[in-house]
Design a protein around this ligand. Structure first.
Ligand code: MG
Length: 316
């Protein structure tokens, strides 16, 4: 267990099991400390939440599921697990060029689990929700054999700010927002900051032709852009930023970096690289090619190597 901030659970609840307070007791615990913004007309406590819709903006919806034994273990800090459950969703909204608004949380846990472990997971979610101005407006809890967390996140965007995976064009420059590799072993995957500020800056000041967040690995996620855009790509070995001690292979294939990967038309890319970008680092790492068969790595020694798209695949 990691460190826990004061006030996450009253002393009387400290050594209680989840079964001792039951579902309604848990919902009360979850509701503590939640402050809602004016866009929420009705939050937790009715059959459904009611949210004011915004004229002129499109509604975005994403969901991400995490299970004990697959994505995390109970030995990990429950606050960090909660953070990650929400942050992966924020990263997906950011990858579309949107801003997150409201979240609903579906949660399952064994009844014999310590209550504090559960309230800390929710505290982790609430801390990150507050930081990113997200309203937690509802959810559901059930008894399961192992902990399961599924957050559905709503977001919004002006139609002209939406960025899809399908817009990359030959000649576009490929960028990444940060160094890659070794996220799982180093523990960064539990602490990462979703690139929402970067995304907002990009869609307001530039017009990325395509964008995705790197969850399955650089090669796998760039592969999604290439497939959806019907193009190819060449990555420059010497330009790929590697995290700490991470090798090039790790930077190419490790997952869970949650950096943004985007493409910009060459003229815009040149302008972007010619001046500082409000404190953000955007690393050019390659270029979009014409044929969708071409997915290459330009080696430092001048040779070109074909990249295979083995990244993280679910169900394998
Ligand atoms: Mg994604």
């Amino acid at each position: 267990m990691g460190t826990v901030p004061k006030g996450t659970a009253p002393k009387s609840l400290k050594f209680m099991k989840l079964s001792q307070i039951g579902e309604f007791g848990l919902i009360k615990e979850i509701q503590k400390g939640i402050r809602l913004s004016p866009r929420v007309i009705k939050g937790i406590g009715d059959d459904a939440a009611v949210i004011r819709s915004r004229v002129g903006k499109n509604l975005l919806v994403t969901t991400d599921m995490m299970a004990e034994g697959v994505h995390f273990t109970t030995a990990m800090d429950p606050l960090a697990i909660g953070h990650k459950a929400l942050a992966t969703n924020i990263s997906d909204i950011a990858a579309m060029g949107g801003t997150p608004t409201c979240a609903v949380i579906a949660f399952g846990a064994p009844s014999g689990i310590e209550l504090k472990q559960v309230t800390d997971v929710f505290q982790g979610i609430k801390n990150t929700a507050r930081r990113f101005k997200i309203d937690v407006v509802g959810g559901d809890t059930i008894k399961t054999n192992r902990i399961v967390i599924n957050i559905t996140l709503l977001g919004e965007a002006f139609p002209q700010q939406l960025v899809y995976r399908s817009g990359a064009k030959p000649g576009d420059v490929i960028f990444v927002t940060g160094a890659l590799g070794d996220s799982l072993k180093s523990g960064r995957h539990l602490k990462f900051v979703p690139r929402l500020k970067e995304s907002q800056y990009l869609v307001k000041n530039w017009k990325p032709s395509s964008m995705i967040d790197i969850s399955d690995g650089l090669v796998a996620d760039l592969g999604h852009i290439l497939e959806m855009s019907q193009v190819g790509a060449v990555l420059e070995e010497g330009l790929i930023p590697c995290q700490g001690q991470a090798s090039l292979t790790q930077a190419l294939y490790d997952g869970e970096d949650y950096e943004l990967l985007f493409t910009l038309p060459r003229v815009q890319a040149r302008r972007m690289l010619s001046k500082p970008q409000a404190g953000f680092s955007f690393y050019p790492i390659g270029e979009i090619l014409t044929s969708k068969e071409n997915f290459l790595l330009q080696k430092r020694n001048g040779r070109r190597q074909i990249l295979n798209r083995k990244g993280f695949e679910h169900f394998k």
